[in-house]
Design a binder for this molecule. Structure first.
Ligand SMILES: [Mg+2]
Length: 228
């Protein structure tokens, strides 16, 4: 799909690994906390326990329940899985910081006149805390939090209807080929894949017909790519 001048009127952003480094900060931190529990359960060092998680994620992908895999392989009781889930679900998100160019880029896109939206998947409480910590509460025309990845499509459709937008006037930006690029394309939107994080790294090697319309390394790349 080629972009005509002035075609894009609205941009829908993803949050995790699109506007801040979720894989390198929060996810890594949660894996380090989990490594403490795993190392005790299977009698290995914390470094080995961290490497085991990374290896399993590389093999089964970022969406797999690797703690379930570990529990099954080592015959660990249900309490092990529960203990790890508790640690991960109570993870402090205070260390999250936006990629350095995000605020200026968003402000500039807004100044130019784009309608901006944020659609993110996760527990409402956790995603709301992240949005607050990252200072994004007032950065978008609308923020939608959905608790399962299927909710992205529903949210995208809601935005089109509520804001009276045609899909060909919307750019969908995210790091996930399956949940963001494929869904955006299915609805007829223009798509940009953020080349960052564990989802991007896992799926980039997979052959996929639904390639994004553009690849970006930074949110500020949009300013150049859209100014045609
Ligand atoms: Mg993401």
């Amino acid at each position: 799909m080629s972009l005509k001048p002035g075609q894009i009127k609205a941009i829908i952003f993803d949050l995790d690994d699109t506007l801040y480094d979720c894989s390198g900060t929060l996810v890594l931190k949660s894996k380090k906390l989990a490594a403490k529990i795993i190392s005790k359960a299977i009698k290995c060092s914390e470094t080995e326990a961290l490497n085991l998680q990374l290896k399993l994620e590389e093999r089964f992908g970022p969406k797999a329940d690797i703690f379930r895999e570990i529990a099954n392989s080592y015959n660990l009781p249900e309490e092990f899985h529960k203990e790890i889930s508790n640690v991960i679900n109570t993870l402090e998100v205070e260390s999250a910081i936006l990629f350095p160019d995000v605020i200026n880029s968003i402000n500039e896109l807004k100044r130019i006149g784009y309608k901006l939206f944020l659609v993110t998947v996760g527990s409402r409480e956790m995603q709301e805390r992240k949005i607050k910590i990252l200072g994004l509460e007032r950065s978008f025309n609308e923020i939608i939090i959905t608790d399962n990845s299927l909710g992205k499509e529903k949210s995208f459709k809601e935005i089109l209807i509520k804001h009276d937008l045609e899909p060909e006037h919307v750019l969908c930006v995210g790091d996930k080929i399956k949940d963001e690029i494929e869904v955006g394309k299915k609805l007829g939107m223009f798509t940009a894949l953020m080349k960052h994080g564990r989802h991007y790294n896992f799926y980039k090697s997979k052959t996929n017909a639904k390639v994004p319309d553009m690849h970006i390394n930074n949110i500020s790349d949009l300013l150049n790519k859209l100014s045609i």
